[in-house]
Design a protein. Structure first.
Length: 186
């Protein structure tokens, strides 16, 4: 137990001012009523200004899609969605069972969603690419979490392959989504 009159061993010995946590303060820095250092606020505003400049430069570098242009990440995504739709219909027709049951309704609903996504992406609809991005993100996270339960090398390999395919495609589609939303320049 420390005596109330005893000096604090953690206090600075230089006689300078301290904050409420015992750290020495910068005598040139001023504080506002909330106790925030003005020098910290100005460095934060400089950081925001730099970020705004980078954002504006990135937007200026974007080129809107030309008429008839279909970037390869979007075309690949549309083809993949169509393949998944056809594969689901084939599995439903072949009588594929999941946990001893035939998921006919859910398989056909998923196939219909994939057809809508494929057609929407082929037509460069923002909503379709955004929905595909959500599916890629959820699939990536699911594969990453499945690594925790992988019981053999095949399970690990499958998870890594899924992440290796969905992660880069997700990243490549972000810029294309920005190009889809851009107004046409004259």
């Amino acid at each position: 137990m420390r005596d109330a009159g005893a000096p604090d061993s953690h206090a600075p010995t230089n006689g300078g001012a301290t904050t409420d946590r015992g750290a020495p303060t910068d005598p040139s820095a001023t504080t506002n009523r909330g106790g925030v250092l003005a020098s910290g606020r100005s460095s934060m505003s400089r950081g925001y200004a730099r970020a705004r400049e980078k954002d504006e430069a990135a937007r200026a570098a974007l080129v809107p899609l030309a008429p008839g242009e279909r970037p390869w990440p979007i075309a690949l995504s549309a083809v993949l969605a169509a393949v998944f739709a056809v594969a689901n219909v084939i599995l439903v027709l072949a009588g594929w069972e999941v946990d001893g049951r035939r998921p006919i309704a859910s398989g056909l609903i998923f196939a219909a969603v994939m057809v809508a996504a494929a057609v929407g992406m082929w037509r460069l609809k923002y909503w379709a690419v955004l929905g595909w991005e959500v599916l890629l993100g959820v699939t990536f996270i699911g594969a990453m979490l499945s690594l925790l339960r992988a019981g053999n090398a095949a399970g690990v390999a499958l998870s890594v392959i899924v992440m290796a395919l969905t992660g880069p495609l997700f990243w490549l589609l972000i810029r294309q989504m920005a190009r889809i939303q851009m107004p046409k320049r004259k």
